[in-house]
Design a protein around this ligand. Structure first.
Ligand code: CTP
Length: 401
């Protein structure tokens, strides 16, 4: 149910706009209040009168409407709801969102809001498949925008394929999922994930076998409990989760910078397998073999320790800092020492020796080391480890509050 929840519904200009009327009705049936915003193009497809009649609210249309500014300014309007839904989201609206344009009421609300956006794209399939739209969708997903649809089907223009707006019941389900109030609602958590790539020259780099699977699962589990997640990932083999803000980096230095930019946070989970060393002097051109057979000398420099620098920061330190300890020998003992050395609150020790099959595998066997003791968790899937950890984090933050 959506009782007590407020949804700003932006109706874009597409033939699917007529379905927005049914969407308003269904959202209200579930108990939500709907604040309707009709774009100029949207008003070519549905009338303001039918929208406001179904919403039981006045419909907002123009940015420079003095009445609106005196009653409720556009900034206030952008914050008035728990979720901003765009249905139908046209190619034009997605492009504006991806670029951060603010040249009408809808785009200004989307740029000014401090709430999540859920978009239901609807457009001709060629427009949906166009590289420009693909780029915009990718950018928006990375910004944490949620998508529902489009679905495959017959289109008003006579073609068949992906591009039809999701049906109203499906959009309502996505709204309910986005508004599910979990124990981490209102919390911001940073998660680092994946390996880092440290360049040697323009074509070669130093890397490691991390797939990013554990960090990705943790980000997904935290988001499922309602957290706002900033996911900072190196070049990982697995795709980042939906509904989280993704920052892609290559090197440890870039990862540190992205973590700093994402602060402040309530908790920070460092699941990335950060390279301990980088190449001191990255060659500007490709290093060539020599006729004499001399081998290149690659001097290394130590990378910044991201976990330690956040764990040891004074003001602005997240209330909970969690690290991983990837070990091949004396796993728990080494991890215990690592926790003390780095100054983090919790550390999850895992055995990454080749015979464990954990690095790059689907399962993990961890020992959680906190300030008060140690807990060996049975071997389980990386998703199960993530869910258990997310639940522990939620409980801990609740106890601290
Ligand atoms: N870590 C980090 N920045 C680094 C190195 C590691 O943030 N430059 C974090 C990892 O994300 C992980 C934890 O520190 O949460 C421990 O990583 P690990 O590779 O096990 O430890 P190292 O610092 O490399 O220590 P050692 O070389 O002694 O194993």
């Amino acid at each position: 149910m959506l009782s007590g929840r407020r949804v700003t519904l932006i109706i874009g200009g597409g033939i699917a706009a007529f379905k927005a009327l049914e969407l308003i009705r269904r959202l209200r049936e579930r108990g939500a209040a709907v604040i309707p915003v009709l774009t100029r193009a949207g008003a070519e497809f549905v009338t303001p009168l039918s929208v406001s009649a179904l919403a039981g609210e006045r419909v907002f249309q123009e940015l420079f409407d003095l009445n609106d500014e005196s009653e409720m300014g556009h900034i206030e309007l952008s914050r008035a709801a728990d979720l901003v839904v765009v249905a139908p989201a046209t190619a034009d609206l997605l492009a504006k969102m991806a670029q951060g344009l603010a040249n009408d009421l809808a785009s200004t609300l989307l740029l000014a809001t401090d709430k999540r956006a859920l978009v239901a794209p609807a457009m001709n399939l060629r427009m949906w498949q166009h590289p420009a739209t693909r780029r915009n969708v990718e950018t928006l997903r990375g910004d944490g925008v949620l998508f529902v649809g489009p679905v495959e089907g017959d289109m008003a223009c006579g073609e068949y394929g992906p591009g039809r707006m999701a049906e109203p019941p499906e959009i309502v389900a996505a709204v309910e999922a986005a508004l599910a109030a979990g124990p981490l609602a209102g919390r911001h958590v940073i998660v680092t994930s994946g390996p880092t790539h440290e360049p040697i020259d323009p074509v070669r780099y130093i890397a490691n076998r991390s797939s990013g699977a554990q960090g990705t699962a943790i980000a997904r589990a935290l988001a499922a409990l309602g957290a706002r997640v900033s996911f900072i990932t190196g070049p990982a083999a697995v795709a980042p989760p939906e509904g989280v803000a993704v920052t892609r980096v290559e090197t440890a230095a870039q990862m540190l910078e992205a973590v700093r930019a994402a602060l402040p946070a309530d908790a920070a989970i460092f699941a990335a397998a950060v390279a301990d060393w980088r190449v001191k002097q990255v060659a500007a051109g490709k290093i060539k073999k020599t006729r004499s057979g001399d081998l290149p000398e690659i001097a290394l420099a130590e990378n910044p320790d991201i976990l330690a620098s956040v764990a040891q920061m004074g003001t602005g330190r997240p209330a909970l800092v969690v690290g991983f300890a990837a070990e091949t020998d004396d796993v728990v003992e080494n991890a215990r020492a690592k926790r003390a050395r780095k100054g983090c609150d919790w550390i999850l020790a895992n055995d990454v020796s080749p015979q464990s099959g954990i690095m790059g595998g689907a399962e993990n066997a961890v020992t959680l080391i906190t300030g008060t003791g140690e807990e060996g968790w049975p071997r389980m899937s990386k998703e199960a480890v993530a869910e258990r950890l997310a639940a522990r984090i939620a409980r801990h933050l609740e106890e601290q509050a």
